[in-house]
Design a protein around this ligand. Sequence first.
Ligand SMILES: [Mn+2]
Length: 429
Amino acid sequence: MSSKHFSDLDSSALPNPIPTDVTPAPFDHLPSTTTSSTLSESEEIPCTSSSPSSTPPPIHLPLSWPPDATLSLQWIHHLIAAFDWSSKNLPPSHFPSVLPVSVFDTLILTASKILHKEPNCLKILQDSPPSSDSTVVVVGDIHGQFHDLLFLLQDAGFPSENRFFVFNGDYVDRGAWGLETFLLLLAWKVFMPHRVFLLRGNHESKYCTSVYGFEKEVLTKYGDRGKHVYRKCLGCFEGLPLASIIAGCVYTAHGGLFRSVSVPSSKRSKGKKNRRIILNPEAKGLSLGSLEELSKARRSVLDPPWEGLNLIPGDVLWSDPSMNPGLSPNRERGIGLLWGPDCTEEFLKKFDLKLIIRSHEGPDAREKRPGLAGMDQGYTIDHVVDSGKLITLFSAPDYPQFQVKAYYDFEDVIDSDEELDLASMATEP
Ligand SMILES: [Mn+2]
């Protein structure tokens, strides 16, 4: 595909966002990322092929944590070169010879500490003057397509003092390099915590990663230390913030809008009988939640609940727009909501916003959604209302992509995460 699968916020919504003084970071020492080799799992470390990607990167492997404990741009270049090379030349089980568990531990601990402290809804460029020449690049689902992430970073330019990135979740599952993708993003987060922002997707959860490949990928790559690595990843997922507001006018989240969970005091005092009104998602009076409610939600859950009182994380991560007006339970997915153009208008107007950017629906999901545009260009404009627009953004081109054997049986499991298997989730400890 030739189109961009990410969104440069170069609309009038943002103040003067076109950078003039930034050139893309050099990739010239890296092996080509435009071709991808097919790799069999039995392959030994090849160093004799004439393929350019077979040349080991000019860095020392395994990677080590910097002695002064401070990540540098050079360290990130090394990480990229090492992951790009190993993804094309090493069997997955040799991954610890590239990134030892001890280095993984330090990276994920350092990143988790930063992420857990962030608020549910990040405020990005909040106080930026209108003359700011900053750009914000918003990225949709990546789903383990590491080489596409490298292309995207090269094409948009690396994060920098005036180039911000907001990643809209779904880093892992389906693609074969979810670990490389997530770890590179964590490294950027540690290196530039106020320029790179990582939101949670519905796949950053225990349920999804156990069905769609990431757990198996981690166990394959880290062997007998795999369970430890997988647990640390789940702990980090719990810390990911849910949403962002950019320059006071753009709301971004993986799924999108969310319900109000506030209980009118008159009902609360009536006790148990009326509590059922809140617990039943099909109850009348489903209404849009506020940014204040979003800020108070408890996001540290392995799997966002689809019942009970803590429903906002599940809505933000799983909901979809609809062309039908109103808010209704998302029966296709079994969790989250469907919201109509009237809700988009209500939300934008109430919070003085111009744009909603959400992700979550790839080409396969969109094929089954009559009335909504197909995901062939990487984004769709779904709602156009008085106050602004709603965009769906998906950044995994040619998805689903199986350049190497996927870590889940894509013929056996459901072909989209449309139908959340509630029975299976309920049995999870
Ligand atoms: Mn998703």
